[in-house]
Design a protein around this ligand. Structure first.
Ligand SMILES: [Zn+2]
Length: 330
């Protein structure tokens, strides 16, 4: 893959993956700078329950169940008419991530699950695209800069006990507004620095925020110090991108539901699965599907392994349910 050379006077193209509370604040701040093009990618829709954590959006966006990427595009175009914005309502996965990022100069990762963070990292290392990774869980948040070939990548710090802060890459608690603001501001500052940095010097410190105690720390993640032999950035093993880790497409379907489609169709014996699940919850089975109710969730399972998970929009929770009830069947 060709490395895209960034110069201070070229048209800057940024992709932001994840338009939740953090992503939307990053996009909104970026729109006030001289960015020529932003590609917003998010698979989710705004629901009434999101109101508290998405203060940027308008009331009608929630009532109409507007896709987050579209609502954010409209909002930014009102505030900053000069920036060209493309909104893509899609689940980011191994089949589409390279095409979403190959014409981009800088990628900002604002997703909230570990698998997608790692997939984005692999794609950026593969394509040699600068990447800003951010993750927040409750009051704690972290931000790092990945310049493939020059700095550590996300996998480097995940493999390093000293460098990895104790903050889950899967969102388990609602993010604190002040943590979101601090991480968003840091990422926008870093984004502008990367796009305009003529000397090509890059931030080699991981920023760690504790919004509850107004604390801010940094960890030295200089590549040579923490991980000289990383599977991703040294050995170019892209196991998520190649489909060796991860097994399914996940996308929202209707309100508060996700559909999971295995990359390789399976052949599930529904009566056997129904028998195994009958002690765990209510089961209804026919020749075509199995409905398993385990409040607050409901799984509709098809013989090919395609599964609708009702009661969540969190892909991590949905995958855990499938793993627990469908794969093990116990
Ligand atoms: Zn690495």
């Amino acid at each position: 893959m060709e490395e895209r050379t960034i110069s201070s006077n070229q048209q800057h193209r940024i992709a932001i993956i994840g338009c939740g509370a953090l992503g939307s604040e990053i996009v909104f701040l970026l729109a006030q700078h001289e960015i020529n093009f932003m590609r917003l990618v998010d698979r989710d829709f705004l629901e009434k329950a999101d109101r508290g954590s998405h203060c940027l959006y308008k009331e009608h966006n929630f009532l109409e169940g507007m896709p987050k990427a579209i609502a954010l595009k409209e909002l930014c175009e009102e505030k900053a008419a000069s920036v060209k914005i493309e909104a893509i309502v899609e689940d980011v996965n191994r089949t589409n991530i390279l095409s979403l990022l190959e014409d981009i100069d800088l990628v900002i990762d604002a997703v909230n699950n570990r698998f997608t963070h790692q997939l984005i990292n692999e794609a950026c290392v593969n394509l040699k695209r600068p990447l800003l990774v951010s993750w927040i869980d409750g009051s704690h948040g972290a931000a790092m800069t990945v310049i493939p070939g020059k700095t550590s990548c996300l996998n480097c710090i995940l493999e390093s006990k000293e460098a990895m802060p104790d903050i889950s890459l899967n969102k388990t608690k609602s993010p604190l507004p002040q943590t979101i603001s601090a991480i968003a501001e840091a990422q926008v500052f870093r984004a502008i620095e990367i796009l305009k940095n003529a000397k090509q010097k890059f931030e080699q410190r991981l920023l760690v925020i504790d919004g509850k105690n107004s604390a801010r720390n940094t960890i030295d993640i200089t590549k040579s110090k923490i991980q000289p032999n990383c599977a991703v950035c040294n050995n170019r093993q892209f196991r998520r991108l190649d489909g060796k880790i991860g097994s399914a497409h996940i996308h929202p379907i209707g309100e508060n539901s996700l559909q999971i489609i295995p990359f390789t169709p399976r052949k599930i014996d529904l009566p056997t699965l129904a028998f195994n699940l009958s002690e765990k919850g209510d089961v209804l089975v026919n020749d075509f599907l199995l409905i398993f109710k385990k409040p607050p969730y409901e799984l509709v399972i098809f013989p090919s392994g395609r599964t609708l998970v009702r009661g969540t929009t969190d892909s991590g929770i949905a995958m855990d349910l499938v793993k627990k009830f469908l794969v093990s069947g116990k």
